[in-house]
Design a protein around this ligand. Structure first.
Ligand code: LLP
Length: 431
């Protein structure tokens, strides 16, 4: 199995986090997002303990809220002592509503609006990741108005290709995010930040991309090299020594059996000793290191359950299995051609080749093409694995389809964390 929280009981019935998925589908209805809370906690603990041990005091992971954002997750994160990052007022508002501590949080984005900047400052977001010179001015102005000094990092692009989907590679020079080191534009931005009275520059941030496997460790090592060399150049030219280096998120997870397993602990330890060695050779003090894992905290804690509605066999061509959800709850195949493992909840035979498709009015509404399943009956429960990241957070109401609920599984119990949308929710904003 892809992850130890997926199993089969003695009759071959699928279990997730030790619970029968058929029983959960019966109790809560479908489509249904399941979240294994114990797995989220385990993933948090791994990052927290290894980062503390390998990078030293002051180094810690921040959960990237964009992967899955709803109130209950911030309770879990708070209990585990995790920090978090945000990219919008909506994400900050969700964390605030859950009573999440704000000191160690940070605020991202290539175009934070004035309203968002004000909201983040007024709610005590610890650090702004400033994307550009324009934004530096906006943050300075907002902090000045409050008589405050805002901690910031500058987001820089190291010019690295992490070999992932084009749409989620973000560290290249021509990215819409951050300010490029290679073009010589980063140095004047640092100088500008150092000259402002209402921001305090702590260091630099970069994010190379997402779903990065980095099996030989080169992507993050290269990013760290470039960032540290730049930090040294700044020290020489401007006399400023960065104390924080945030290398973003991005570690990949296994969606299908052929994806390589990622040993995050080993990768982090290697990265830490690499950074130490580079700092030594540059004669630069070891910075506090921050990482922003999203997917690797929640992806394998998620599973989506559907029920089969129809099976269509086009003689001589192909077969379709239609389920009661689709691109509205999981747009990742439609957007990226993302791979998923699909399982029948009650049967392990698999000789029916088909496309698993949703119910939206477009042909691109595919969850996964060309898979093998047992030929299902109407009403059978189908599970799509590893859906904890970028599924609920990217869900839409296209075709006015209500979004599924999120049920948290914890120590053999289950609890609704986000209730199912109703048809009335869909018209709640209509005047
Ligand atoms: N930090 C920054 C600045 C980011 O832009 C991202 C992701 C992360 C951290 C978290 O990366 P992770 O550890 O989750 O890979 N919707 C796409 C993923 C977009 C990721 C965008 N940024 C998907 O479904 O694959």
């Amino acid at each position: 199995m892809l992850c130890k929280n997926i199993g089969r009981d003695t009759q071959g019935n699928l279990t997730f986090a030790g619970q029968s998925v058929a029983a959960l589908a019966e109790q809560y209805g479908t489509p249904l997002y399941l979240m294994d809370e114990d797995r989220i906690r385990e993933n948090c603990r791994l990052y927290l303990s290894v980062m503390r041990e390998a990078f030293g005091e002051g180094s810690y992971p921040l959960y990237a809220s964009k992967a899955a954002c709803f109130k209950r997750i911030y309770t879990v994160l708070r209990e585990e002592g995790m920090a978090a990052d945000f990219v919008s007022l909506g994400e900050i508002h969700t964390a605030v509503a859950a009573g999440f501590p704000m000191e160690k949080t940070c605020f991202h984005g290539n175009n934070k609006t004035d309203e968002e900047i004000a909201y983040a400052m007024d709610h005590g977001v610890g650090c702004f990741i400033v994307d550009s010179a324009w934004e530096l001015d906006a943050v300075e102005k907002a902090a000045e108005k409050r008589g405050a000094v805002q901690d910031i990092l500058l987001r820089l692009t190291p010019g690295i290709d992490p070999h992932t989907y084009e749409a989620i590679a973000t560290g290249k020079v021509d990215s819409k995010f951050g300010t490029a080191i290679e073009t010589g534009q980063a140095m004047p931005l640092v100088q500008a930040a150092l000259g402002r009275k209402h921001v305090r520059l702590l260091g630099y941030h970069c994010h190379v991309g997402s779903q990065v496997f980095d099996e030989d460790g080169t992507v993050y090592h290269d990013a760290a090299d470039i960032m540290l060399r730049f930090a040294k150049d700044v020290q020489r030219e401007l006399g400023f020594t960065a104390s924080v280096l945030n290398l973003g998120g991005g570690y990949g997870v296994r969606y299908v059996g052929s994806d390589p397993p990622v040993d995050i602990a080993a990768n982090l330890r290697k990265l830490a000793s690499h950074i130490r060695a580079v700092c030594q050779s540059l004669d630069f003090p070891m910075p506090q290191v921050r990482l922003e894992p999203g997917r690797s905290i929640v992806a394998d804690a998620g599973m989506t359950l559907y029920r089969v509605g129809t099976v269509k066999q086009i003689t001589g061509y192909k077969n379709y299995v239609s389920i009661d959800g689709g691109m509205t709850d999981n747009p990742r195949y439609a957007l990226y051609g993302a791979k998923y493992t699909v399982l029948h909840a009650a049967r392990t035979d698999a000789d029916f080749r088909c496309d698993l498709v949703g119910r939206c009015c477009e042909s691109g509404d595919v969850i996964q093409p060309d898979i093998l399943l047992p030929k299902p009956q109407r009403g059978d429960v189908i599970a799509v694995c590893t859906t904890g990241a970028y599924n609920y957070s990217m869900a839409s109401n296209y075709n006015r389809v209500p979004r599924p609920p999120i049920v948290m599984l914890h120590g053999g119990t289950s609890e609704i964390a986000v209730r199912r949308e109703t048809p009335d929710d869909l018209i709640a904003l209509d005047q």
